[in-house]
Design a protein around this ligand. Structure first.
Ligand SMILES: *Cc1c(COP(=O)(O)O)cnc(C)c1O
Length: 455
């Protein structure tokens, strides 16, 4: 063991080797630190009885580490899964206008918290408040980091130490192992669960009201659908009951849909405007689901409540940053201008006629000369929205026998990576979740991958 340790090269010898001293993409001090970490690990391995690697092996290991460090970070991928709001692929891309607004906000000084007419300090919320009021019909609105933090903040500010009543049918797990009830507990509001998983009645809420109750909470079961022997209390009835008992009604909508989804052949998704018009005191939704903007949590509702929320200390911990605020404002402008389905990618994708998808898919399938066919399929909205509702689509289907997983992997290793579906030995690509400008890139990637693994 000691002889092994003695054969370890010195840091100086390693870092003066030309293959290491000129590592592209990392600084000299990063190189020295990588060499030290590498030697430490080898020392630990040797003390466990392993042999000392050769000098060349150590050099390659440091090169590999440097290469990895020099390129690690999120990078664009092409989402050919047909799942429009794919949470693991970053939910929704934003419009060109939102992206430009974010670039400007990131690279220039902005009037983020500065009133140009008075020269005094302003609130960052003023940039989106009028837009949120206009599109939702609410008295006021604010944006925070994400929807979960909006719900947490509001409950901490308004219901800490008090009781909030929720139906057992709405104790939703939103993904990544995170559950709404656990998030609510962090606010120190006491969650009072009523009803059963499949059936909750107005009387269940009514019987649970105590002097400590402040609010009834409705959570949209956005990522699952209950069918069969079910009963859920309507928002109108909840609001009515709340008002009779001088309580508040909160509504976590999840997606934040502002357009009628049934016009696009999808199932009904609750609308923010309807939530407000039915008298809910506060409604909560995400910026990066069906709204189609950057990650954000949006709260709309009564001004008297929002003032308390905005002053609550946690508001500072979950505030929205200047870049996403700019992207959100630009996204909301599309709603004001009535150009949502022309400008916002998630709605462009939803609105794409199946004929257009078929034409694009056929072009790629033809270039594959017999290795691919066009197949009927279904696209999904995803992102915890409209779980049971799909849109008809045309898939590029590549029958690959035992090679489907290999081809899918090859496509993931392509630059830019292409993410596809694999089903019953077939590689499936759905262009609904792809911007048409990327069709050629996808076509070339698929031709390459198929040529390598089929025939
Ligand atoms: C998605 C979702 C959330 C979480 O939203 P984030 O913006 O990801 O924090 C909360 N509640 C419901 C009902 C949801 O669907």
């Amino acid at each position: 063991m000691t002889s092994s340790l003695r054969s370890l090269p010195s840091i100086d010898k390693l870092t003066s080797d030309p293959r290491i001293s000129t590592l592209p993409g990392v600084s000299h001090s990063t190189t020295v630190s990588l060499a030290q970490q590498c030697l430490e690990k080898i020392r630990a391995d040797i003390s466990k009885g392993q042999d000392c690697p050769t000098f060349d092996d150590i050099v390659s290991e440091i090169q590999a580490q440097a290469q990895y460090l020099g390129r690690v970070g999120p990078a664009p991928v092409l989402n050919a899964t047909g799942i429009i709001l794919h949470t693991n692929l970053g939910r929704t891309p934003v419009s060109r206008e939102a992206a430009s607004a974010m670039l400007l906000a990131a690279t220039e000084a902005t009037n983020l918290e500065f009133e140009l007419d008075t020269g005094h300090r302003g609130s960052r919320q003023f940039h989106i408040q009028p837009l949120l009021c206009q599109i939702s019909g609410a008295e006021t609105g604010m944006a925070v980091n994400n929807n979960a933090s909006g719900v947490l903040l509001a409950l901490a500010a308004l219901a800490r130490g008090k009781e909030v009543i929720i139906s057992r049918g709405e104790l939703v797990e939103i993904g990544g192992g995170f559950r709404i009830p656990d998030i609510i507990k962090q606010s120190r509001a006491k969650l009072v669960e009523v009803g059963t998983t499949n059936r909750t009645y107005l009387s269940d809420y009514e019987q649970a009201i105590t002097p400590k109750t402040v609010a009834l909470l409705k959570v949209h079961s956005s990522n699952f659908d209950m069918v069969g022997f079910t009963h859920e209390v309507s928002l109108n009835d909840m609001v009515h009951l709340s008002q009779q008992h001088s309580l508040l009604t909160f509504h976590d909508l999840g997606s934040g849909c502002l357009l009628d989804t049934t016009k696009f052949g999808l199932a009904y998704e609750p609308l923010v405007q309807e939530s407000i018009s039915s008298g809910v005191d506060l409604a909560f939704f995400s910026g990066d689901k069906l709204l189609g903007g950057p990650q954000a949590g949006i709260i709309v509702g009564r001004k008297s409540l929002m003032d308390r929320i905005a002053k609550y200390p946690l508001a500072r911990s979950v505030r929205i940053d200047k870049i996403r605020l700019a992207g959100l404002a630009a996204t909301l402008q599309h709603y004001i201008k009535g150009e949502v389905t022309d400008r916002i990618p998630v709605w462009q994708m939803i609105a794409t006629p199946v004929k257009d998808i078929e034409r694009r898919a056929s072009r790629i399938a033809e270039s594959l000369k017999g290795s691919a066919e066009i197949m009927d399929g279904e696209s999904m909205v995803g992102g915890g929205s409209l779980p049971m509702s799909t849109l008809p689509t045309k898939l590029i289907a590549i029958p690959a026998k035992g090679k489907a997983a290999k081809i899918a992997q090859e496509l993931r290793e392509h630059y830019p990576p292409v993410v596809v579906r694999v089903n019953k030995g077939m590689v499936l690509l759905d262009l609904r979740s792809i911007a048409p400008a990327n069709d050629d890139t996808i076509g070339k990637a698929v031709i390459q991958a198929v040529a390598k693994h089929i025939k």
